[in-house]
Design a protein around this ligand. Structure first.
Ligand code: NAD
Length: 477
């Protein structure tokens, strides 16, 4: 099998490969991917440092052309790359292709942004002095990504980093190197100069840690778990480096008595179970007012009964497998914890067998849960949701906000008053009305509050905040 190597200083390097296994069929090896060492990470950082000056001064048309070419190739290969994504991560083919298209659109957006970077000219408070405010690249940017969006998250970090003139050391999640390798290959062939983008696939504790410990990385953008995020933060403070964290969620989805039942159920099923519940924006707390509670639970069970859980690549599959054995154990542990805590398992939750050996779990719905239970407080990151019954809107809002996290918050209601109040008062970076908590546009800010995020927003023009640094210049006229 061909070994997919790391890219360091414009050269493909690496000899030892690790198998990338399909979670829908563990007999299927997607490919062999090189595993970088700490020394490889240091070589990549040195290459990015050496390439910085020239790239930071490169012409905007050059950056535009490379990003645009990358966007065009990703979009032209959407079916093939979407299939690779579904094969290595386990989301359905439709979801895999959708995510790939989004990655292409992100590169296209930042190809445009490369031509739109602007500063300000402001009169000084002193006579005969001009003030110019400009944005400059930050330097070497370290990019560390999780496994659950194998192409979109790398895209939304790499595209703005390069667009604004930074050089990059990119470490994807161990579980899903395939899509990351593919987009680095595309960018490399699109004409990026040597060392501008370096790929180091490998272990977080080795490659990631070497990045955290390096004084030569000026900014780190991280998406992943809270625990690793805290390490990124501590190491970055130590090195006086810019950092940005997107971490966990425990997103609420409120259903009010006046909701349209079909809209509420569709949004709740999507929020909780699509992409196998493995989205940071997934909802695992369904907060439902008394008057609609029983109808909602019955309709959810009926809808869940119709969900097909099977091989991600099979036509007709709605929910693919869990990503690996470790995550499956975490999901089933939380299902056991929910039962012990006194919640009622109203639907699903059992392991299921399919034609091929894979990590298949029937989506689980708990009822009679309280917001104090661990299943309502801790991120499970699987297809497991709990219904929490509340009296009225005020209690629903209080319960929705009673969480250490604050990424996305949703509500199903036909009341303009409650929708408006919720938009203003939900303690979250993103609020959804009559829509799933997950599913966002690529050209507007993405990110959360409280324990979910740290630093400036990702995506859209707001990304410039992280990937540039502001300079204020004064000139005597
Ligand atoms: P993780 O924290 O285990 O890993 C994330 C990345 O960090 C991986 O590339 C990993 O190799 C690396 N890493 C691990 N140890 C490291 C270390 N010591 N130093 C440097 N890097 C290290 O997270 P995961 O399991 O891959 O992803 C799941 C988590 O990601 C969930 O908590 C989920 O909510 C979160 N997530 C958040 C968002 C968001 O935008 N808020 C999006 C997707 C996923």
């Amino acid at each position: 099998m061909t070994l997919h190597q790391n890219l360091i200083a414009g050269e493909w390097v690496g000899t030892d490969g690790v198998a990338n296994v399909n979670p829908s069929n563990t007999n299927d090896v997607v490919g062999d991917y090189a595993r970088a060492s700490a020394d490889d990470a240091l070589a990549a950082i040195a290459a990015a440092k050496a390439a910085f000056l020239a790239w930071s001064r490169s012409g905007l048309l050059e950056r535009h052309a490379i990003l645009k070419k990358t966007a065009d190739e990703i979009l032209a290969r959407k079916d093939e790359l979407g299939r690779l994504l579904s094969r290595e991560e386990g989301k359905t083919l439709a979801e895999g292709i959708g995510e790939t298209v989004r990655a292409g659109q992100i590169f296209d957006f930042f190809a445009g942004e490369a031509l739109r970077l602007a500063g300000e000219v402001i009169p000084s408070v002193r006579p005969n002095i001009g003030v110019e405010i400009t944005r400059e690249p930050v330097g070497v940017v370290g990019i560390i990504t999780p496994w659950n969006f194998p192409i979109a998250i790398p895209a939304w970090k790499i595209a703005p980093a390069l667009c604004y003139g930074n050089t990059v050391v990119f470490k994807p999640a161990e579980l899903v190197p395939g899509c990351s390798w593919a987009i680095v290959d595309i960018l490399h062939r699109a004409g990026l100069p040597k060392g501008v983008l370096n790929l180091v696939m490998g272990k977080g504790s080795v490659v990631g840690q070497a990045m955290l410990d390096s004084p030569d990385i000026q900014a780190i953008t991280f998406t992943g778990s809270v625990g690793t995020g805290k390490r990124v933060a501590a190491a970055s403070v130590e090195h006086n480096r810019k950092f940005q964290l997107e971490m966990g969620g425990k997103n609420p989805f409120v259903v009010l008595d006046d909701a349209e039942l079909a809209v509420a159920v569709e949004a709740a099923v999507n929020s909780a179970f699509f992409s196998t519940g493995q989205r940071c924006t997934a909802s695992s707390r369904l907060i439902v007012t008394e008057g609609i509670h029983d109808k909602f639970v019955a309709a959810m069970a009926e809808r869940m009964n119709g969900l097909v859980v099977d091989d991600a690549l099979k036509a007709g599959t709605h929910i693919g497998p869990v990503v690996d054995q470790g995550q499956l154990n975490q999901d089933t542990d939380y299902i056991a914890i929910g039962k012990q805590e006194g919640a009622k398992l109203a639907f699903g939750g059992e392991l299921i067998a399919r034609d091929t050996p894979g990590f298949y779990l029937q989506p689980a719905l708990f009822t009679e849960a309280t917001n104090q239970m661990r299943i309502a407080r801790e991120e499970i990151f699987g297809p497991v949701a709990a219904v929490i019954r509340v009296k009225d809107y005020d209690e629903a809002l209080a319960v929705a906000n009673d969480t250490p996290f604050g990424l996305s918050s949703g509500i199903a209601t036909t009341s303009l008053k409650h929708a408006t109040h919720f938009k203003r008062n939900a303690e979250a970076g993103m609020v959804m009305v009559n829509l799933p908590t997950a599913g966002v546009d690529f050209h507007v800010p993405f990110g959360g509050r409280k324990g979910s995020s740290y630093g400036s927003r990702e995506q859209g023009k707001y990304a410039a905040e992280f990937y540039t640094t502001v300079k204020t210049a004064y000139t005597l006229a």
